[in-house]
Design a protein around this ligand. Structure first.
Ligand SMILES: [Mn+2]
Length: 331
């Protein structure tokens, strides 16, 4: 069986001087990228050749974080002469999150560093479900390495990457996972003196034209139920086609309903293909457990953020009504 390691054990196990591959989850977000590249810089300072790898390339809007560090994270673009003897994953709770790359490294992971409370261990791990982000865990590791004398200074750029990771996974410190410890970590990271206002603006204040357009279209389609306490935004396949929307433009669709005053449960329903399959995202701003509601439809998640996939022959209108009924029953 795989072991859950202490901070000190994990810091002790980090390799020095060895070629190391750092894998993070598919569809990488700010936490995966910030924590992965933060660890890369730390390991490089410890004499390793360290490269990041992911099923998917770093999205355009997050490229500014890793500029000049590694042109591509796709496996086929890694240098042919790079043969890692150490493999570490960050922010990757299960083989499924590692995606198509998992079989290539199955049984070869030396360490997994992750903050998801529910996961499937595939290596010995430093796993703390109470941490806000993988970035917060790498922050702890970096300071532990300093304490142990394995690192003589925090390498240039590390704290900015880790701050970006923490900020990303806490929604700019707005989510309930931003604990006092998270804020203390962020405060310590800020001491490095990078421009955090600019960083947070790029992470949260800037949206692509298409994403804003999807929010506008979504707002026009917003329906309210239960005296305005339930808001549902739907996005039929025909509308997605009309505007050329893809999943990357619809990540904030649920926030369109969630941000409206009075809405306590927000729902976004997407129809990614012409067939009758619908993806439902649900957010609760009250006591309603949306994970329980989504479980009725075979989905799951957290109490305040959950999702499910629904098959229905009756069209998206039928799905909207079905979800509205299920939520209204517990609201
Ligand atoms: Mn994360």
């Amino acid at each position: 069986m795989y072991q859950n390691l202490t901070l000190t054990d994990t810091a002790t196990r980090l390799p020095a001087g060895l070629p190391t591959l750092i894998l993070f989850h598919r569809h990488p977000d700010g936490d995966a990228i910030g924590a992965g590249f933060g660890l890369k810089l730390i390991l490089e300072a410890m004499g390793c050749t360290a490269l990041c790898v992911c099923e998917d390339e770093i999205p355009e809007r997050l490229r500014f974080l890793t500029e000049g560090m590694q042109d591509s994270v796709l496996k086929e673009n890694l240098p042919a002469d790079f043969v890692p003897t150490q493999i570490i994953s960050v922010d990757t709770a299960s083989p499924a999150q590692a995606g198509v790359l998992y079989p290539d490294y199955e049984g070869k992971f030396d360490l997994m560093i992750d903050h998801h409370a529910k996961g499937e261990m595939y290596a010995d791990g430093y796993i703390d479900g109470s941490a806000s982000s993988a970035g917060e865990l790498i922050y702890r590791l970096s300071r532990e390495l300093m304490r142990m004398g394995r690192l003589t200074a925090i390498p240039e750029g590390v704290d900015r990457l880790l701050y970006a990771a923490v900020s990303s996974d806490t929604g700019c410190f707005r989510y309930s996972n931003a604990s006092p410890e998270t804020h203390r970590a962020a405060a310590a990271l800020l001491e490095a003196g990078f421009d955090s206002a600019d960083l947070n603006h790029r992470l949260f204040g800037v949206k692509s034209y298409k994403l804003l357009q999807a929010e506008k279209v979504g707002f026009d389609r917003l329906k309210l139920y239960a005296d305005g306490r339930l808001g549902i935004v739907d996005m039929p396949y025909a509308v997605m086609e009309q505007y050329g929307f893809t999943d990357e433009h619809l990540g904030t669709l649920v926030d369109v309903a969630r941000g409206l005053q009075g809405v306590q449960v927000a729902v976004a329903i997407r129809q990614p293909k012409a067939e009758g399959v619908y993806r439902v995202s649900m957010r609760s701003s009250c006591e309603v457990d949306v994970a329980a509601v989504c479980a009725e439809f075979g989905g799951g998640g957290h109490i305040k953020a959950a999702g499910c996939t629904v098959s229905c022959e009756g069209g998206i209108e039928a799905v909207v009504e079905m979800i509205a009924e299920a939520v209204t029953a517990v609201l």
